[in-house]
Design a protein around this ligand. Structure first.
Ligand SMILES: Cc1cc2nc3c(=O)[nH]c(=O)nc-3n(C[C@H](O)[C@H](O)[C@H](O)COP(=O)(O)OP(=O)(O)OC[C@H]3O[C@@H](n4cnc5c(N)ncnc54)[C@H](O)[C@@H]3O)c2cc1C
Ligand code: FES
Length: 505
């Protein structure tokens, strides 16, 4: 969460000339101690809180789309009429303020009462909802069900010992030591009781019988469901090299993993990160921030080349090198000993701590056992329903028909998982809304943040606009002339505009 500066701009309680407001361009002002944006849409003028409820992003620099505003940092969207969070990663509403017309001026009065939730009109709601997985998708689905007024029982079954956490932070500020532990839970524990969400931790589901609409838990207990969401996420790929099971070798997926790395990092000087993926490099950056000597070993020649292309990948490498990270690229790992790793080339690299970040595999065992249709992921339709009626899937495990690329895709992005959790919940209640959001992710390396919208598994044209070395650029990925994805650095508005363009294409 960003430190919020004292509010700037005009005092909106004194009134603003309507003619001076440009349609769709937020005006930043203040009401007492609160920062507020004023947004004109045609004849209507809205006043809402200026800070995104995710990490405090500046909504005055966001994109207005219809009667919503999208945050420039991680693309959450809020309704200007009600303040409601319409697109994750924001989970909480922004405040709304009363706006009154006085001749040619508008004056902002006190805060408006939160708007009642409009009722979802659809088919008969399920008698109960069970969610397998207490991560991004599962948590968002449960919250959405309650926000939409669903009154039936909601149960989240999670194998994890921690409740839903802000997983992306586990490799970033939290691991670097700059975010306190109380930022990490998505909600305080009492939230679930208050919303009558039965959150059961350390509860692994071992079998599903879709015909009987029944689950079996690890301890043999059984649970019936009206509708089911499968959101089991992904597990780190384990490396099978000598020494991989030594106590100073770590993977990173859960809060417990991140805590274990932090505890280990406090007593050592050198670390080797195996894998130059997003998570691997974020870990490298965080350990550098903690003052460790960090070396990265990876088979690729350019970090992240497969996703970002050689130019941006080259920048990522330079940024890490400028912060003191040493790379061993085009290299494999042969063995790990108590104080070093041996590379495939035979070289030895000192390592008191080893982090293996070589990718993840979707957790499909349950879906396979249940006999759901699988295609390197759980196949879902446009409404995120699996091949079994009443069983939905979302997040890292789901392969859905992406209308932008025209292909069935599966991605491992936080925002997509949350949005799919929300969409699946609404569809359980009969909304019948196809999932059409363009995929989005961000990745942070020291003070450089990469934004990426769309999905390009392969491209035949890469267009660069701006100056990559100056960290001010837009990279477009095209195939047969069609724009598939856009990566930006230092151009938050362009990323929002690209997302909208992809969605309207
Ligand atoms: C360290 C780290 C940093 C990341 N950073 C970013 C980032 O910057 N940007 C980005 O877009 N993405 C990022 N990601 C990826 C993002 O976190 C995932 O895409 C997202 O969490 C997927 O959500 P999900 O709900 O599908 O699964 P998860 O959040 O992984 O949740 C899955 C849940 O299912 C539970 N579970 C699994 N099997 C069972 C079972 N049989 N019974 C009961 N429970 C079960 C697990 O315990 C877990 O609670 C990061 C991931 C990690 C690990
Ligand atoms: S700060 Fe607004 S979406 Fe993250």
């Amino acid at each position: 969460m960003a430190e919020q500066a004292p509010p700037r701009g005009p005092d909106l309680t004194k009134g603003v000339d309507v003619a001076s407001l440009i349609d769709g361009e937020p005006l930043l002002g203040r009401v007492g101690e609160d920062a507020v944006i004023l947004v004109r849409r045609g004849e209507a003028v809205f006043a809402v809180g200026a800070h995104c409820t995710h990490y405090g992003g500046p909504l005055a620099e966001g994109l207005v789309v219809g009667d919503t505003v999208r945050c420039p940092w991680h693309h959450a969207a809020f309704c200007l009429r009600t303040g409601a969070p319409l697109r994750p990663p924001a989970l909480n509403p922004i405040d709304c303020w009363k706006v009154e017309r006085e001749g040619a001026r508008v004056v902002v009065r006190g805060k408006a009462e939160p708007a009642p939730t409009p009722e979802l009109k659809g088919s008969e709601p399920p008698a109960s909802v069970v969610i397998v997985g207490g991560g991004a998708a599962g948590n968002c689905a449960a919250e959405t069900l309650r926000a939409e007024g669903y009154g039936g029982p909601i149960t989240i079954l999670s194998a994890d010992s921690a409740g839903p956490v802000d997983r992306p932070n586990l490799s970033k500020d939290y691991l670097a030591g700059s975010a306190p532990e109380d930022w990490i839970p998505l909600r305080p524990p009492e939230f679930y009781a208050e919303h009558r969400i039965d959150l059961r931790l350390q509860t692994r589901v071992t079998a599903i019988d879709p015909a009987a609409r029944r689950l079996t838990l690890e301890d043999g207990a059984q649970l019936d469901y009206g509708a089911l969401l499968l959101a089991t996420g992904a597990d780190p790929v384990h490396l099978n090299v000598p020494g991989a099971d030594l106590p100073h070798v770590h993977y990173l997926r859960s809060l417990a993993d991140s805590r274990a790395i932090i505890a280990a990092a406090e007593h050592v000087r050198t670390a080797v990160v195996v894998g130059a993926s997003f998570i691997g490099l974020e870990v490298a950056a965080s350990l550098r921030t903690r003052g460790l000597e960090v070396q990265v070993v990876a088979p690729e020649r350019v970090p992240m080349e497969r996703v970002l292309g050689p130019e941006l990948g080259g920048l990522v490498r330079k940024v890490h090198e400028a912060h003191g990270v040493r790379f061993h690229l085009g290299e494999g790992l042969a063995a790990i000993t108590t104080d070093a790793v041996t590379l495939a080339s035979g070289a030895s690299v000192k390592a008191d701590l080893v982090i293996l970040g070589v990718g993840v595999r979707p957790a499909l065992a349950l879906a396979e056992q249940a006999g759901l249709k699988i295609d390197k992921g759980v196949s879902v339709d446009a409404f995120l329903e699996t091949s079994a009626p009443g069983v939905f899937a979302a997040g890292d495990i789901a392969r859905w028909p992406d209308p932008h690329s025209g292909e069935a895709i599966r991605v491992e992005h936080w925002v997509v998982a949350e949005r799919q959790g929300r969409a699946a919940a609404r569809n359980m209640l009969g909304a019948r809304e196809p999932f059409e959001a363009a995929p989005f992710f961000w990745s942070q390396h020291y003070d450089m943040v990469i934004h990426y919208v769309g999905h390009a598994e392969a491209w035949d044209e890469l267009k660069i606009d701006g100056d990559i070395a100056a960290k001010d650029c837009r990279v477009s990925y095209l195939k047969a002339g069609k724009l598939l994805a856009v990566a930006t650095i230092g151009r938050d508005m362009e990323s929002l505009q690209a997302e909208l363009a992809l969605e309207r294409d």
